[in-house]
Design a protein around this ligand. Structure first.
Ligand code: HEC
Length: 109
């Protein structure tokens, strides 16, 4: 029984991806979909995530709906630097991941 519970626990952790980045929204934030989000997702995510079999992040509404998952897979902040996504290919720098965390924390406006 203990083994079974341990197995289930690992399964849950495995599916949950990374951890919340803990990023917050500074009042001085200037990041927007137009000056940051669109380009970030086009450069690093849309290649796979616009394909139809996976969640698409091609519109800001789709990104907003996935905020906490995206944060725990790809964003950086005081609590975690998440690098699970992108799975392969061109990857954002840590500075860009911090911007992603900030932008998401600001509501992906
Ligand atoms: C090389 C292809 C590829 C790229 C590029 C990629 N992903 Fe993914 N992503 C996947 C695959 C495949 C899965 C599903 C399997 C998994 O979770 O590993 C996935 C799953 C996810 C999930 C979990 C979705 C869910 O509903 O559980 C999130 C969130 C995510 N990706 C975000 C991103 C973000 C943000 C980027 C850009 C920084 C990105 N991905 C770039 C292939 C990719």
């Amino acid at each position: 029984m203990q083994k079974l519970l341990l197995g289930l626990g690992l399964l849950v952790i495995g599916c949950g991806g990374g951890n919340a980045s803990g990023a917050t929204c500074p009042t001085t934030s200037t990041l927007t979909y137009d000056n940051f989000g669109r380009q970030f997702f086009a450069s690093y995510c849309d290649r796979c995530h616009a394909a139809g079999t996976m969640p698409s992040y091609r519109t800001v509404a789709e990104i907003r709906a996935g905020t906490s998952l995206i944060d725990s897979e790809a964003a950086a902040g005081p609590s975690a630097v998440n690098t699970l996504m992108p799975e392969s290919g061109a990857a954002p720098t840590e500075a860009e991941r911090r911007q992603l965390g900030e932008w998401l924390a600001c509501g992906a406006r």
